[in-house]
Structures are given as structure tokens and as C-alpha cells.
Design a protein around this ligand. Structure first.
Ligand code: ZN
Length: 159
């Protein structure tokens, strides 16, 4: 079966029903099937989706942003950060060379002697709940398949 490009609006909630993210008021999300553009649990649930479908999709943490991985939590001596630089809880930074894919670390604790950082996705370890409305389903173009991502509004933009 040819890969499809699926466009949808979504509202993402946590298990308490708190809204974490939503595409309402923005472009809908567009993805090419099999390209890893959206989390696996959601893509699986939308495999047979048709234009106009509305679905509530519950995705376990493992099928979303993964379980919380304690090996990505580090305590770093304050002295490894540039002196004088303010380090606040919630600050994010990337480790590694600028062109390499690397996790984004978030500061979860900061004292004068140590800084605790967490390289997990902010939604790791959380079961997620999506209200989805599929607004378009079409076959992928050859160009999209070659590029490995969807084009158009909500998809990949080439600069
Ligand atoms: Zn492209």
C-alpha cells in the first residue's frame, strides 16, 4: 500500500484532562506515514483514518515519548557551567556539537554547587490523550517519499 499523507487537528491532554498542546488556531499537523514525523502510538491509531474522522486516541508513554529514562538525568558540578552565567530551573540547552542530533537537556534543579539536568523529552513517562480530527488524507507524492517527510501547510517547509 502506498504511503499516505495525513493532515489532522489535535488537542493533546494528559491523564488529568489538562490541555498540553493543541493545533487549534494554527495549521493542522501533517505527516508522511512511516517517516517518524509523529509519535508511533498516534500514527498506528490513524492508519485507517479517513478525511472527516474524529477520534479519541489514548497513547501509552512507551508509544509516545518513551518512558522516563533515569540514565538521561545528570547531576553536574556548577563549575562545569560558564562562571557568572545564571542557571535557572526550566532552562534548556543542547549538549554536543551544533550539527549533531542530541537531546535537549532541561535544568530541573540548581544550587550553588550542583545543577541537575534531565535529557528526557518533557512528555516522557506520560500517557497522552489526543482528540483528533482528520482534515485530509491523500497519497504521498514521489518527492515526499524521496524526502521522507510531508510537504505543504503543517508539513515540512523548505527554506
Ligand atoms: Zn522535502
Amino acid at each position: 500500500m502506498a504511503a499516505r499523507v495525513v493532515t489532522f487537528h489535535y488537542t493533546l491532554k494528559d491523564k488529568e484532562g489538562k490541555v498540553l498542546d493543541s493545533s487549534q488556531g494554527h495549521d493542522p499537523m501533517t505527516y508522511l506515514e512511516g517517516s517518524g514525523q509523529i509519535i508511533p502510538g498516534l500514527e498506528n491509531a490513524l492508519k485507517t483514518a479517513k478525511t472527516g474522522d474524529k477520534q479519541n486516541v489514548a497513547v501509552k508513554a512507551a508509544e509516545a515519548y518513551g518512558e522516563h529514562d533515569t540514565s538521561l538525568v545528570f547531576e553536574v558540578p556548577r563549575s562545569q557551567f560558564p562562571p557568572g552565567e545564571q542557571i535557572d530551573v526550566g532552562m534548556k540547552f543542547r549538549a554536543g556539537a551544533p550539527d549533531e542530533p542530541s537531546p535537549v537537556f532541561t535544568v530541573t534543579h540548581a544550587s550553588d554547587s550542583h545543577v541537575k539536568v534531565d535529557g528526557n523529552h518533557p512528555l516522557a513517562g506520560q500517557d497522552l490523550f489526543f482528540d483528533v480530527e482528520v482534515t485530509d488524507v491523500r497519497d504521498a507524492t514521489l518527492e515526499e517519499i524521496k524526502h521522507g517527510h510531508a510537504h505543504g501547510p503543517g508539513g515540512h517547509h523548505h527554506h
